[in-house]
Design a protein around this ligand. Structure first.
Ligand SMILES: Nc1nc2c(ncn2[C@@H]2O[C@H](COP(=O)(O)OP(=O)(O)O)[C@@H](O)[C@H]2O)c(=O)[nH]1
Ligand SMILES: [Mg+2]
Length: 456
């Protein structure tokens, strides 16, 4: 079987390209929207068995459920290929449908909707399909007896299975046709680099590059794209609030920054504020640091309090606000972010993230704390991290510059400005990646769904 991926502006253009290149015997295995384009996986010499015969009860049930849809899907695919506004002489040769094609159509429709209307392939076809009488699936479902919910689940399972298979095929295709680029992606996955950033970097590798040349280029470009803050709170001053998940090291980082500042400018220029009023002992931690430094520290329970405290600290060069350490999902977070917007004061928020957190945790933290509109990052617990690519590619992807790096509990020794540490960061990331070994399924899952250019 010869498998090809096509990306076109719309389904009609994709079908024309497939017909022109693979001929009328081409089979369309899947289609999906990618941004404003349509991606179609097509094959010639297709033998009808995709991933073997169904050998489990679940596969059989899915195949049965799919059968009911095939006809409807074939109709909507035919509509997608049909000339809607095309000149009559360009009448299309119909492209043969395959079971996977029906699955792709099912993917485009929400499971619940799929039970009442034929699945759509693209938006145009979806609209056409919605206008069709929708009896195709219902009688089959009634005859087989399964409930609507179980059918929807079966279709979802089948869709997942097909997506996994296709991703795995696309990944092995890339390995065969562009081995250097695939090896670069493998290395970037070991670094923990986010798939989108990795694909962008790998896309810059010229087709003729050797693996060593490609890696040199990719590491250099990764380093160049890493945004690092040029200012230093401990020198330039300002009003800063540290936000972030519980236990990442916000209070400790404030103590470290405060201590650096006091060493340079004296304690009179510093003000400390805690808005952490939820956890017993949380303010105690900051007030202990304040006592050691002999710096003034106030607690603000609400927006009015915070305004009063900041007004009182108006003459200070640096004011650091410690915020509540609570769950990312806590609804009280929203109140806190509103509290941080104080009239008459330019409070800049800085997000603290642990380098040790996995990709999903980092993405979730960013999603939640984006509401606080952070202007920079403090990356903590570098000493405990197993990979650095995740947090570094998050900084690149979200254009959030890194201000400080924390690699231990000592105050203030274990805090460093990020700006002079670009190459140290890259070196550490590479060193850690030497221990990692993502397996091929994981790689296919990461990169097989992406739009990866095979040729340089
Ligand atoms: N290993 C390590 N521990 C840290 C680092 N930063 C903070 N911690 C520790 O993490 C724990 C939680 O820190 P804390 O500042 O209270 O976190 P917060 O809840 O975000 O304020 C404390 O035991 C800190 O000593 C770091 O960079 N590396
Ligand atoms: Mg704290």
């Amino acid at each position: 079987m010869n498998l090809r991926r096509y990306v076109a502006n719309d389904m009609r253009e994709a079908l024309a390209a497939i017909r022109a290149e693979l001929g009328a015997e081409a089979v369309m295995l899947s289609s999906r929207k990618v941004g404003s384009s349509v991606e179609v996986i097509a094959a010639v010499d297709y033998d009808g068995s995709f991933g073997g015969e169904p050998d489990t009860a679940a596969d059989e049930a899915s195949a049965r459920a799919l059968g009911a849809y095939e006809q409807a899907a074939r109709r909507s695919v035919a509509q997608a290929a049909a000339p809607q506004d095309r000149a009559p002489q360009q009448a299309p040769t119909p492209i043969r449908t395959a079971p996977a094609q029906a699955a792709a159509a099912a993917r485009a429709a929400a499971p619940a909707e799929a039970l009442v209307s034929p699945p759509s392939v693209d938006e145009g076809a979806g609209a056409a399909a919605a206008a069709q009488p929708s009896q195709a699936a219902a009688p089959a479902a009634a005859a087989d007896g399964p409930t609507a919910a179980s059918l929807a689940l079966e279709i979802q399972d089948l869709r997942r299975l097909l997506e996994t298979q296709l991703a795995s095929l696309a990944w092995s295709d890339l390995n065969r046709q562009a081995p250097v680029r695939a090896r670069v992606l493998r290395e970037l996955a070991k670094l923990g680099v986010d798939a989108v950033v990795a694909a962008e970097l790998a896309g810059e590798v010229p087709g003729s590059a050797s693996f060593q040349e490609a890696m040199r280029l990719v590491v250099r470009r990764f380093g160049e794209r890493l945004p690092l803050v040029t200012w230093d709170m401990a020198d330039d001053g300002g009003v800063f609030a540290l936000v972030g998940p519980t236990g990442v090291g916000k209070t400790t980082s404030i103590a470290k920054i405060a201590a650096r500042f006091v060493l340079r400018h004296g304690v009179e220029e510093l003000g400390l504020v805690s808005t952490d009023t939820y956890r017993v002992g949380a303010r105690q931690q900051l007030s202990n640091f304040a006592r050691i430094l002999r710096a003034p520290m106030h607690v603000a329970e609400n927006a009015a309090d915070l305004k009063r405290v900041l007004d009182g600290f108006a003459h200070k060069k640096l004011v650091l606000i410690d915020t509540a350490g609570m769950s990312q999902r806590d609804v009280r977070l929203a109140n806190q972010f509103t509290t941080l917007k104080v009239e008459g004061h330019d409070v800049r928020t800085v997000l603290a993230l642990s380098a040790g957190a996995d990709r999903a945790c980092l993405a979730e933290a960013l999603r939640v704390f984006e509401a606080a509109e952070p202007s920079a990052l403090v990356v903590t617990k570098l000493d405990e991290a197993a990979a650095l690519g995740g947090v570094l590619s998050l900084a690149i992807g979200r254009k959030l510059p890194i201000a400080y790096l924390s690699d231990g509990q000592r105050v203030p020794e274990d805090l460093h400005r990020a700006a002079p540490k670009r190459f140290w960061l890259l070196g550490s990331a590479l060193k850690l990646s030497a221990n990692a070994a993502p397996d091929e399924n994981e790689l296919a899952d990461r990169f097989g769904h992406m739009e990866l250019a095979v040729n340089g």
